[in-house]
Ligand binder design. Structure first.
Ligand code: ZN
Length: 350
């Protein structure tokens, strides 16, 4: 079958069935895209002194924008959760390609930049390690903020995210801003005593008021390199209403968490938050701060994010089950078996 790219393009493609499928998927991606970044946008980003751009699900870069980013040394990172398949990368239209970028007609398909396809995946960004650079960790926090915000797990100005840098300092989100809309330059570097090592580019941005709680965790847990604190709706509602998140209903909950402790009450943003988690955080990666929110820690942000998501998902299921009534608990022998698995896992991780 012959497919003509049309308008100014001098050659034809022979399309296989797979390519047609790609084309269909590509159209889905194109239809999804609402924001098209042009050369001019990249110039603006460069003028702000930024060295990277994390693209979101609803963004597309034109070829010229991509070329401009390459020339200006701006790294394109993807946070797209629904990426086009790799085969969607079209051959460059070369000299015949002008600035035309109509996204409505299949015969004007812009090529999806190769580097987006080959750039880090979201998981690569979040699964950092002790050797990752500060810039990589900044990108990881930005991406985590967007994922949490777009999942409804971190709304308004709530919540905060931090990671441990290679040199032992902490990179942390500022207070008073929506984590779905921050940039890498908005983050602050502090030391384990809370002293500012590197301020945010905007001097009005101060470190999160929950800083003492984060520092308490990093001081106590050398294995932790990432902390997420957020105000989960269902987990909080269960803790407020039922006084616990029960572990005798959903096997995965019991296996994943063992138990989820709830702290004593402390005023949000007060130093008492550090005091109420002090003992509990020694043996738990996930806990709830009474009438306030959740804490999840991990060796990287991927781990902390998964725990946060799982906690809320389990809490949501439990909430609906409680509302429907007649909650069926697991049989006692099953609970014993789960307990055995939990103990074995704990031993393996020690
Ligand atoms: Zn909070």
């Amino acid at each position: 079958m012959i497919f003509s790219p049309g308008k100014g393009v001098k050659y034809h493609y022979l399309l296989s069935i797979y390519e047609l499928l790609d084309l269909f998927l590509y159209e889905q991606v194109v239809n999804m895209a609402k924001i098209v970044l042009t050369e001019e946008d990249i110039e603006k980003i460069a003028a702000q002194g930024r060295t990277s751009l994390v693209t979101e699900e609803n963004m597309l870069l034109t070829d010229l924008a991509y070329e401009k980013a390459k020339r200006l040394g701006i790294e394109i990172l993807q946070s797209n959760l629904h990426l086009p398949p790799s085969s969607l990368v079209r051959p460059s239209l070369g000299q015949t390609e002008t600035s035309q970028t109509s996204f409505s007609k299949p015969n004007n398909l812009p090529s999806i930049p190769k580097s987006i396809e080959s750039a880090y995946t979201s998981r690569d960004i979040l699964q950092f390690n002790e050797f990752s650079t500060e810039q990589q960790l900044r990108n990881a926090i930005i991406l985590t903020g967007r994922i949490l915000y777009h999942s409804g797990l971190m709304v308004s100005n709530d919540g905060n995210i931090s990671v441990r840098l290679t040199n032992g300092n902490i990179l942390i989100t500022p207070s008073g801003v929506t984590k779905g809309r921050i940039s890498a330059e908005d983050l602050l570097v502090i030391d384990l005593d809370g002293q500012i090592i590197k301020a945010a580019e905007n001097p009005n941005l101060k470190s999160t008021s929950e800083q003492p709680m984060h520092l308490e965790i990093y001081r106590q847990r050398p294995d932790v390199r990432a902390v997420i604190h957020t105000h989960l709706i269902f987990a909080n509602a269960l803790a407020i209403s039922m006084g616990k998140i029960r572990m005798d209903v959903i096997p995965e909950a019991a296996i994943a968490f063992g138990e989820i402790p709830i702290t004593e009450f402390s005023l949000p943003s007060s130093p008492q938050n550090a005091a109420v988690i002090r003992e509990l955080i020694k043996d738990h990666d996930v806990l709830l701060i009474r009438n306030h929110g959740s804490l999840a820690v991990g060796k990287n942000l991927d781990e902390a994010l998964i725990k946060t998501e799982r906690l809320e998902h389990i809490s949501k299921t439990l909430t609906f089950a409680e509302l429907l009534g007649d909650v069926n608990t697991l049989p006692p022998d099953m609970l014993d078996a789960i307990q055995g698995i939990v103990q074995k896992n704990n031993k393996l991780h020690k």
